[in-house]
Design a protein around this ligand. Structure first.
Ligand SMILES: [Zn+2]
Length: 395
């Protein structure tokens, strides 16, 4: 029998959400920095109970409690330090500026994080920008652009409806909002009759997580998981029409472009077929997840028996989730991260010390666990430069 939650789907208002997966006592913040190992290990934890909407395909954590989270300046989720990610963000910005003719325009970015993407958009097209993010920290390298780009250290909300723009971007933010309409409706209202305003959102791709088993992307901070069908539904039900939908970054992200409209957009046959296909992935997910975790446990037992030194490369969401799902407190001592703001800190939940890549020259690991396969080449290259040739395993 299916486990039904008593919540209605916030996206399509279908009365039943089916709970299909549970992961209890996970760190509520993967990206909060912990300067003490003990504090990291006893960090606040929360339950993940994922429910699927069989009507629109939306996936949400029904055990999510927003009161457990508050994003501050200690929140560090910038991926900007990886060359592979920088290259992606730069080519994304260039493509958007060219395709949408973003020259000498006003741009808003909602959830701009450390502001790097907004700065790029404004530099590339000589645009003016306003970025909203409570975790934004003023940075000296942004000062050459201070006449063009303004940052507001707050969540975007209806308080800011007077800020108008020709184009609005929002990356990796919607999945943190329990009800997508709470962000999309005020946005649509702010746009009003300026229907030429372009919208661009980027979110993690639920198909990658639930079909391709990129399971380390399931984190407490993400209360929503979108596939193209549910993302489309979320936008159309708030007065937008989807003009473009694309998988990016090796299929890990989903990019949507939309325009404001005044009439309702109906669900298509194609969307219904996509929900059907996704519901089959969801039905098989828990079994596949357990098998994947079991395989990893056996692999790690083998490694520990040979006494090899293992590090995890990447102390972002994926690395933190991998360590916590496998409860790796003792076997792995260090997690490597390129982001200098993370180095010297400790991993939430399992307490690994986060070290810079250079630390590997002395430590000489036998095995490197790479949490994002897209970064494997840059890591191999870096270590080979120090005559290190450990075994690489991608999670
Ligand atoms: Zn729904």
């Amino acid at each position: 029998m299916k486990d039904l939650s008593n919540q209605t789907c916030p996206v399509c208002e279908s009365p039943h959400l089916e709970i299909f997966f549970e992961m209890l006592e996970m760190p509520v913040y993967c990206n909060l920095l912990w300067p003490e190992q003990q504090a990291a290990r006893s960090c606040p934890k929360g339950d993940i109970k994922l429910a699927f909407c069989p009507s629109c395909g939306f996936i949400t954590n029904v055990a999510f409690d927003p009161a457990k989270l508050g994003y501050s300046q200690d929140y560090e989720n910038s991926l900007h330090y990886s060359p592979r990610f920088q290259e992606y963000a730069q080519s994304l910005a260039t493509g958007l500026v060219e395709r949408h003719n973003l020259y000498d325009k006003d741009i808003i970015e909602i959830g701009c994080g450390k502001g790097d993407f907004l700065i790029s958009l404004c530099e590339l097209g000589n645009n003016r920008g306003i970025g909203f993010d409570p975790s934004y920290v003023p940075r000296s390298e942004h000062s050459p652009m201070e006449n063009q780009v303004q940052f507001i250290q707050d969540f975007y909300s209806d308080r800011y409806q007077d800020y108008q723009a020709d184009w609005i971007a929002c990356r990796h933010t919607l999945e943190h909002v329990p009800n997508p309409a709470d962000l999309l409706n005020p946005l649509r209202q702010a746009i009003g009759d300026r229907v030429s305003t372009g919208i661009f959102f980027e979110v993690p791709n639920a198909l990658d997580t639930f079909r391709n088993l990129a399971v380390w992307d399931i984190i407490y901070e993400h209360c929503c998981y979108f596939a193209s069908t549910s993302l489309t539904q979320a936008f159309t039900s708030c007065g937008f029409e989807v003009s473009n939908m694309k998988e990016e970054f090796g299929g890990q992200f989903l990019c949507i472009e939309a325009i404001p409209v005044n009439e309702n957009v109906n669900r298509t046959h194609e969307q219904r077929d996509q929900v059907e296909a996704l519901s089959r992935d969801i039905a098989a997910f828990t079994t596949k997840f357990n098998a994947k975790v079991e395989t990893w446990k056996q692999k790690l037992v083998q490694i520990s028996q040979t006494g090899q030194k293992v590090v995890v490369w990447g102390a972002g969401s994926k690395g933190v989730t991998f360590l916590n799902i496998l409860k790796l407190q003792d076997l792995i001592e260090y997690a490597v991260d390129l982001n200098p703001r993370k180095q010297g800190m400790y991993v939430a939940g399992t307490g690994q010390k986060i070290v810079p890549p250079e630390f590997m020259r002395d430590y000489q690991p036998d095995v490197v666990i790479v949490v994002n396969p897209l970064y494997e080449q840059e890591i191999r290259h870096l270590l080979a430069g120090w005559d290190l040739n450990p075994e690489f395993i991608c999670v």
